[in-house]
Design a protein around this ligand. Sequence first.
Ligand SMILES: [Zn+2]
Length: 226
Amino acid sequence: MRSSTAWHIVAGRVEEVTIPAEGFEIDLGLACNGYRLLPGNEDDNWRDFTLGKVAEIATRLTPWAEWWCSPNLPLHEEIGEVGGVAYGQPQVGLVRSCWRPEFSISTAFHEAWHLAEPWLTYEEAMAVQAATKRGPEWPTDYLRRECERSARAFQNWAMSTLETGGGRPGRGAPMHYKAFWSVYSGEVGQRALAKRGVVRPERRPPPAPVKVIQWWRGGAINTATV
Ligand SMILES: [Zn+2]
């Protein structure tokens, strides 16, 4: 029987949860009726390298959100295989752990953007929209969505900033870079925590194994904390 590991990230804490052969369901709130993480094989670099980077991005950019990482995410109804998903009110991000580090990290930025975008100021949102509508005509409705254009633009900018160790954009930088920086630096995350509408992690059930059980509906699973 094959089993593997899902990683649950909440408020900077990382928990390891064993995925049984039949998988287990996590609760994505109002957006979805059950979402089943399935067993599979993690990338060789996942535990020692990628997980730490993804957890850091998740915690800095979206400190209110709940994240799950799993080697095998269900197929998306519109686009098939995905590297990550953002769901919820929005509060839940998912990242695939079977991909090479740069893909998983890039996906974490992409999904974090989807979660953080509702917390941009009006000016930030307008600057990003104005910048990203200049790009190519993508071949599918899904890829053409405004939120997907901005998520891809942010993801690419964030990877470049990560690679170069870049800091806050200077005075003459494009407005949308400043919005990107607000998300990348964690300013938007802190802004979201300060407003009503997000449940602060400390007010949620603590991510102890007994609480993880509330996150699935189905057969017995083993849990362990790391
Ligand atoms: Zn997306």
